[in-house]
Design a protein around this ligand. Structure first.
Ligand code: ADP
Length: 183
């Protein structure tokens, strides 16, 4: 079974190979782009599975707030998903690593958790943000993601934070890093 679970500072951490659209956490996080108008990869999968309500709410946010800057996050309902909400965050495009990519990726995770907390959400599932079309090497991105979450969990307790890896290879990378970051 491709899963790992342990508790860190009162929060259950789960690492799972799977599909984020199928998760039963209260919120799932979408690796969106700043247009908030949908896209490929996990973004496309979430909009397909959740139905048109999610895009409708994204369009409303666009109208009121404009584009979502890299590292920021917004929240919509989950439409037809099991998850009640979707947090849409924008990770950085990998441009070699010297263009604030680590800070921006870290912000995407931290701002997602902050927004979840503000909405009284206790269970959240993350995909591997920026490591698909945006090209962030997963060996590097996983360390940034795990450290960002750990930092927040030192201050805020959730019931569960779940990391969902779509491929077995990505799962193995996370498995290796999670032991190092959370030990
Ligand atoms: P980005 O543009 O931020 O790189 P992508 O959607 O291209 O976002 O990829 C981010 C990660 O999401 C990749 O590791 C990809 O394998 C993964 N992914 C794609 N579909 C799903 C899914 N249904 N559930 C979980 N992860 C997914």
């Amino acid at each position: 079974m491709k899963s790992i679970g342990f508790t860190y500072n009162g929060t259950k951490i789960t690492l799972l190979k799977g599909d984020i659209t199928k998760q039963d956490t209260e919120v799932i996080v979408n690796a969106a782009n700043s247009s908030l108008m949908g896209g490929g990869g996990v973004d496309g999968a979430i909009h397909r599975a959740g139905g048109p309500e999610i895009l409708k709410e994204c369009k409303e946010i666009r109208k009121n707030q404009g584009k979502c800057p890299t590292g920021e996050a917004v929240i919509t309902s989950g439409g037809n998903l099991k998850a009640k909400y979707v947090i849409h965050t924008v990770g950085p495009i990998w441009r070699g690593g010297n263009n604030k990519e680590p800070q921006l990726l870290s912000n995407a995770y931290k701002n997602s958790l902050k927004l979840a907390h503000e909405n009284n959400i206790k269970t959240i599932a993350f995909p591997s943000i920026s490591t698909g079309a945006y090209g962030y090497p997963i060996e590097k991105a996983s360390i940034v993601a795990l450290n960002a979450v750990k930092e927040v969990l030192n201050k805020i307790t959730f019931e569960e934070v779940r990391f969902i890896l779509y491929s077995g290879e990505d799962f193995e990378v996370y498995k290796d890093k999670i032991e190092k970051v959370f030990s």
